[in-house]
Design a protein. Structure first.
Length: 334
């Protein structure tokens, strides 16, 4: 991984199915400015590219009067599958506009600067290692829990990509081969059991079975069972609702089983968890830590910190910038 910490600020770009976020990030990981624009995910490859360049142009325009913060590198987070070596976006389900699209090459041709592209969770894991909650650790496992579950692995300061660049798909580790079918086609992936839509589905089932106990959730959904969301579960829990607490505790138990497998496979020295679902589950982190050794053969599992990620909604911007930032392996030795 080429590092360019001495070349000033970096443009970090976060591409999602509905939005593109771009920002200027300095060498300390501070986001100096940012913009968010719509992503045209269904309008063909050039329209998708135009959405990305529009966000970059806007953030550059905002900083045009400040030459000392003009970046000369662009790091991009995009949904996988993709090839981080070539910067080609392969066939992400939520970006149907791009199939085998040479994103890094096209952006580099337009802006005449070095460009890197990586999986969003991989890059976010690197930003947490360099600047965030995993600073100072060598073996980092990162997970973002939201609409889906994405993960990244950083070993000795470098993203672990595997043989083909496809490593780190921890959200599609199955913990129940009799479980529901995931969008990836496998059964019982942690994503289909513990991501936001799974929490919402579990809540709707519990409310339907016992509407009296689910009264708080029904109130939040204005009486419409089908309108119950995971965010409402979080709000009900914050208001001391017993059913919401049970639903989130069950989610935490599923994540504990999954993290036990991760610990036994990787033996990380820190577990970093971010995303909207992680924020909801933060009160259960102590319980997950307490139960984790019972789901591991690793005799020192209890020593591994479980921490909330430093970057929230801006993880993709910071992650893109981290692809051109200082070597995290150096920071891990400090």
């Amino acid at each position: 991984m080429t590092q360019r910490s001495d070349h000033g600020p970096v443009i970090g770009v976060d591409i999602g199915g509905t939005k593109v976020a771009a920002g200027i990030v300095d060498a300390s990981g501070k986001i100096l400015s940012q913009v968010r624009t719509p992503m045209r995910a269904n309008d063909g490859p050039e329209a998708g590219l135009e959405a990305v360049t529009s966000a970059i142009d806007q953030v550059l325009s905002a900083e045009a009067s400040t030459p000392q913060v003009q970046p000369n590198t662009i790091g991009i987070c995009a949904p996988g599958p993709l090839d981080p070596e070539s910067g080609v976006v392969l066939n992400p389900p939520n970006l149907p506009c791009w199939r085998n699209f040479p994103l890094a090459t096209r952006i580099a041709e337009k802006y005449r600067v070095p460009v890197k592209v990586d999986n969003d969770a991989n890059a976010a894991a690197l930003s947490e290692t360099i600047w965030g909650a995993a600073r100072g650790y060598k073996y980092v496992f990162y997970a973002t829990l939201g609409t889906g579950i994405g993960t990244g692995i950083v070993l000795d300061g470098r993203i672990y990509h595997g043989r083909t660049g496809a490593a780190g798909e921890g959200g599609h580790v199955s913990i129940d081969y009799h479980g529901p079918v995931c969008s990836c086609g496998k059964r019982g992936c942690i994503e289909v059991l513990a991501a936001g839509p799974a929490i919402a589905a579990r809540a709707r089932q519990r409310v339907a079975a016992d509407p009296d106990r689910g009264a708080a959730l029904l109130d939040l959904a204005q009486g419409k069972l089908e309108a119950v969301t995971s965010e409402m579960v979080g709000k009900a829990y914050a208001a001391k609702d017993a059913l919401a607490k049970e639903i989130l505790r069950q989610t935490a138990e599923l994540l504990t089983i999954w993290l036990g497998n991760i610990v036994d496979l990787l033996d990380p020295d820190v577990l970093v968890v971010g995303g909207g679902v992680a924020a909801m589950l933060n009160p259960f982190f102590g319980e997950i830590k307490r139960l984790l050794p019972s789901w591991c053969v690793n005799p020192r599992a209890a020593e591994i910190p479980l921490v909330l990620a430093h970057y929230g909604a801006d993880a993709g911007i910071a992650g893109g910038a981290a692809l051109f930032s200082c070597d995290a392996s150096t920071l891990a030795r400090e």
